[in-house]
Design a protein around this ligand. Structure first.
Ligand SMILES: Nc1ncnc2c1ncn2[C@@H]1O[C@H](COP(=O)(O)OP(=O)(O)OP(=O)(O)O)[C@@H](O)[C@H]1O
Ligand SMILES: [Mg+2]
Length: 270
């Protein structure tokens, strides 16, 4: 099988393998792309929670990005967990050199189990320095609430918050609805010309560890090989939905999803 495109992932490691860099690499690979990484932090976690976060020094994050990209140029970039203002500024400056028009920013703030993954001052830096540079941002509901200082209960609240996010200077927003208690999951796609609501039946499971990381990496992969943005979001949501539906039920907490759902294993390797 020929690789479709190259994606640089800037994010944190999840030792349990379900979210973070591990989910990102699995997603990009399962969808036919070539994954490169700049690791921002090492988290010690399992499906029940985060034990600790070991930050990587900003200069080492910058070096991973620049040294890797001067050799292999990525077709798209996915950004996940950036835990401090200094890291956000470093990444923002490094991206001035890499110059990609296809940046998907997942503004990760809290892990599924509730652990905070970013400090408070970093939220302001995220708004001032990085959000404007992204082609798409993919906040979940709690992240959109923090960024827009609004409360989100209904679909209308989601659309309102997505509009506030556009005013920060980002071109496109996909506000994910995974945290709402309802029969249907609604993800809101919005830019200055278009509003599209992606609707799927909620799958009744607690095995949703890493759905957000997976979705943003899937969208970055589809974008990287030339698919239009709205189509990339639609396909990314479909991939995550099938990955949740076929989850392996591992661990005693919020278990991982099945990143391999897109692959038919070749007979030679069975
Ligand atoms: N139980 C579910 N059934 C179907 N789709 C779901 C379910 N939970 C989440 N999703 C979908 O998964 C995608 C990711 O949304 P979610 O709000 O869970 O992201 P997140 O909170 O950032 O996840 P993460 O735990 O990785 O940070 C969205 O497309 C959402 O609609
Ligand atoms: Mg998330």
């Amino acid at each position: 099988m020929k690789l479709k495109s190259k994606i640089l992932i800037i994010a944190g490691s999840d030792s349990s393998g379900g979210a973070g860099i591990q989910a990102d690499i699995k997603t990009v690979t399962a969808l036919g792309g070539y994954a490169m990484t700049a690791i921002t932090a090492v988290t010690v976690q399992n499906t029940r929670g985060v034990d600790s976060v070991i930050p990587i020094k900003p200069k080492d994050i910058r070096n991973q990005i620049l040294f890797t990209c001067k050799d292999i140029r990525p077709n798209a970039i996915k950004i996940g967990m950036l835990h401090s203002s200094q890291v956000i500024e470093t990444v923002s400056n490094a991206l001035k050199k890499v110059k990609s028009s296809k940046i998907v920013l997942d503004p990760v703030m809290v892990a599924k189990g509730g652990a905070r993954l970013i400090d408070k001052s970093a939220i302001k830096t995220l708004k001032d320095k990085l959000i404007k540079k992204a082609y798409l941002i993919t906040p979940n509901i709690p992240e959109a609430e923090v960024l827009t200082k609004t409360k989100i209960k209904t679909t209308e609240d989601m659309v309102y918050a997505a509009n506030v996010l556009l005013k920060f200077g980002v071109k496109n927003v996909l506000l994910k609805g995974g945290h709402r208690q309802s029969k249907y999951m609604k993800d809101i796609f919005l830019n200055r010309r278009e509003l599209k609501i992606f609707k799927n039946k909620k799958i009744n499971t607690t095995n949703t560890h890493g759905t957000g990381c997976t979705l943003s990496s899937a969208i970055a992969t589809f974008l990287s090989c030339g698919k239009p943005l709205k189509k990339s979001c639609e396909l990314g949501i479909k991939y995550v939905n099938q990955a949740i539906g076929s989850n392996p039920n591992y661990g005693k907490g919020n278990g991982p999803i099945n990143h391999l759902n897109s692959i038919i294993i070749n007979k030679k390797f069975k």
